[in-house]
Design a protein around this ligand. Sequence first.
Ligand code: COA
Length: 349
Amino acid sequence: MPRTKIAGIGMYVPKNVFTNNDLLKYMDTSDEWIQERTGIKERRYADRKNETTTTMGVEAATIAIERAGITPQEIDFIIFATISPDYYFPGCGVLLQRAMKLKEIGALDVRNQCSGFVYALSVGDQFIKTGMYKNILVIGSEKHSFGLDFSTRGRNVSVIFGDGAGAVVLQPTDDENRGILSTHLHSDGEAAEILAMYNPGTHANHWMPEKVADFDDAEIGEMFFSHSMIEKAQVFPNMDGQTVFKKAVIKFPEVIKEALSANNFQTSDLRLLIPHQANLRISQFVQQKLGLRDDQVKNNIQKYGNTTAASIPIALCEAWEEGKIQEGDLVCLASFGSGFTWASALLKW
Ligand SMILES: CC(C)(COP(=O)(O)OP(=O)(O)OC[C@H]1O[C@@H](n2cnc3c(N)ncnc32)[C@H](O)[C@@H]1OP(=O)(O)O)[C@@H](O)C(=O)NCCC(=O)NCCS
């Protein structure tokens, strides 16, 4: 059975830089508070009208395809991870297929939040290993700036997230010293509402003791989205940050160790850990817990904020462009986020 290698990688971040001080115009916060709790100094926001989650994905994918040394016409499957899709449906995969004029290939959208890219990579890995596809395009892209609550009410969430995209091309390799060694996927739905955007949705307040969606008593319809939901600000993401933090610092090290021990490696063998850029404090905690040196952990949340499904491919691409990953290096990708979901992938570059 062949292994799966990353044959090409690309990233795209919008030009528009939004510093912590820029947010002061909209909410009661401070540069000091944001940096101290999250490490974030600035993030990028997509052009309001001319950039979408898909168009940013196209930019990153174009670079990844070029670096893989193939043409867009050779791509035979698309996996698109995002939680901020252009449309509720259809997904971004088909929009990217159209925008890039790809063949009439399969397009799969993955909705696993911050773990979206590692889940997508794992799906692609299976298709390559079985020989079903030869050139799979995996994209993680987010345009969070479209719908965060930029008032003081939403500041615990809105200061954290940013926009951007990353993409890789997966190909088979017979080289035993290269490629994805294993992937490890997990979930625990007990905490689904801890970090979630409830509306629009079909839940009808079924899962939570308190009402999170206001809708009228009409016999049919109008439960998915209503004027009342907008008036009561029920259409924004919700997060219990402290619970997320506490769980993340347990699950990140756990899933990284799982990947290392599944392949008989130690933390000292790692050239680079690319953690999902959730929060710099979480990454530092994980680094300390695993006893990793500064040069073994990639962090760029300071510049881009948390870009959910895009954060790992952006960080991986940046690390590669900076020359921090060489052929044969052991690299671990690890994520934790809403769901809760967490995952890791261990690869030899
Ligand atoms: C979100 C997070 C930074 C909040 O930090 P915290 O120390 O837990 O802060 P709290 O939520 O307890 O709030 C502390 C105070 O800061 C205030 N606050 C919240 N956001 C603020 C902001 N952006 N600016 C200024 N003050 C803020 C709160 O209102 C609260 O004020 P109070 O004490 O007067 O009530 C932190 O919980 C965290 O990083 N969690 C992990 C989140 C994460 O990584 N999410 C992504 C997962 S993929």
